[in-house]
Design a protein around this ligand. Structure first.
Ligand code: FES
Length: 418
């Protein structure tokens, strides 16, 4: 029986000796839970976005099982719960329409239940910001486990990236240089394992943001979904969240201004998605911090893009992991004093302690500072009569000839028209 030094939030449900306590415990026992798990140990919610309609997160039952192993091992009680899952590829009209709805689902699920700390299982684009936003509003101990990227797409001897390749194949189909059967064949070659998009799209970007913010364990961003080390990370996350509850390490202590500034810099270095801008602004708001577009411009504009990943570059997330992953990038950025070393992370160490010895095994994938993919690769803020409140641009992914452009503005009626 764990000898807890203090009582946790869940004690308001499970430690009661009256009728309410009877009700709270009795119904839980129908899952086969014995007496001793109601001894005051940390109750860990595992917030799961598993869904077969969200293919990027379809392997999350297995990930959740590994988190549970770690929670049990550390003397906690794991309780998994579902929230609405947002899959980019199927949800209409757009998953973004429901991001805030899911954040409310997460927030109210945590607030309403006997949960002392929570592990968020995130993968597909909007699942990460929505879960982090909801949990941040509750300010409980939070640890994020990303589901990991798919293995590299392989088609006719070449690596192909999620999304990036689709537009290319469609153009070829229309031009008659790719047959309909070959087009169908390419589908299976692109998405050939569990995991989310393996380009530096929004899902990979947000997984990097989670790690840079200190909400995920080192290497959370890049370990492929099917690599056994992803399950080790999930197991260790289960152990760690129990310690975080015991240490009362809450999400607001991790999500500091320093953490957001680190994330903005890291976004530039990985050539991250512009969607990170709106998501990070929203997450910051949940912990009462004001992070603005101007912060992105000021901190990110001159950051060199070091990670040579599609769509800006050549490689994919699997290569990124083998090259050293995000810790190697953070270590490189520190050479220019771009990282707040003291920012705390969920494993109880500072980001610098986590990354100071990180090796770079492949300088083609993670380029050195002297030879970046793009010299000024961060997010650029634009203002003008088309966007008076500001618009963002990712220079690393823009065609150089369009960086300065004069032309007619065309307004489309809808996505099909476009
Ligand atoms: Fe889910 Fe790209 S469609 S991450």
């Amino acid at each position: 029986m764990p000898d807890e030094k203090r009582s946790y939030r869940s004690a308001a449900w499970f430690a009661k000796t009256d009728k309410d306590g009877f009700v709270h415990r009795s119904w839980m026992r129908n899952q086969g839970l014995p007496d001793h798990v109601f001894d005051g140990r940390p109750v860990i919610g595992i917030c799961n976005t598993w869904s077969e309609l969200t293919p990027c997160n379809a392997h999350f039952r297995q990930v959740a099982e590994r988190v549970k192993r770690g929670v049990w091992e550390a003397g906690g009680l794991p309780l998994e719960f579902p929230v609405m899952s947002l899959g980019e590829t199927n949800i209409r009209p757009t998953a973004m329409l429901f991001r805030n709805l899911v954040s409310m689902d997460v927030e109210e699920s945590i607030r309403a239940n006997p949960i002392d700390g929570v592990v968020l299982l995130c993968g597909c684009d909007k699942t990460t910001p929505s879960l982090v936003m909801g949990a941040a509003s509750c300010n409980v101990p939070v640890l994020v486990v990303s589901g990991g990227p798919m293995l590299n797409g392989k088609y006719r001897g070449q690596d192909i990236g999620s999304g990036t390749a689709v537009w290319h194949f469609e153009e070829e189909l229309k031009a008659g240089t790719l047959s309909a059967p070959d087009f169908m064949d390419a589908e299976a070659c692109m998405s050939r394992s569990a995991g989310h998009c393996m380009t530096m799209g929004t899902a990979s970007t947000m997984a990097c943001m989670v790690e840079a913010l200190g909400l995920g364990m080192p290497h959370n961003a890049a370990i492929p979904a099917v690599d056994s080390r992803r399950y080790v990370l999930a197991h260790m996350a289960g152990r760690r969240i129990v310690e975080m509850v015991r240490d009362d390490l809450r999400i607001a202590q991790v999500l500091t201004r320093q953490a957001f500034e680190n994330a903005i810099v890291v976004n530039g270095a990985v050539g991250g998605s512009t969607n990170a801008v709106i998501h990070l602004l929203a997450i910051a708001g949940r912990v009462g911090l004001k992070v603005t577009l101007d912060d992105w411009d000021r901190l990110g504009r001159n950051v060199p893009t070091l990670v040579d990943l599609m769509p800006s570059g050549r490689f994919l997330m699997e290569d990124f992991y083998y090259a050293g992953g995000l810790p190697a990038v953070i270590r490189a950025l520190d050479q220019r004093k771009l990282i707040h070393r003291d920012a705390l992370t969920v494993n109880g160490k500072t980001i610098w302690e986590n990354c100071q010895a990180a090796p770079n095994w492949n300088s083609e994938v993670i380029r050195p500072l002297e030879k970046p993919l793009v010299e000024h690769g961060g997010i650029a803020l634009l203002r003008g009569n088309l966007a008076p409140d500001g618009a963002v641009l990712k220079p690393s992914a823009a065609s150089p000839h369009l960086m300065r452009h004069r032309g007619r503005a065309v307004v489309f009626e809808n996505i099909e028209h476009y």
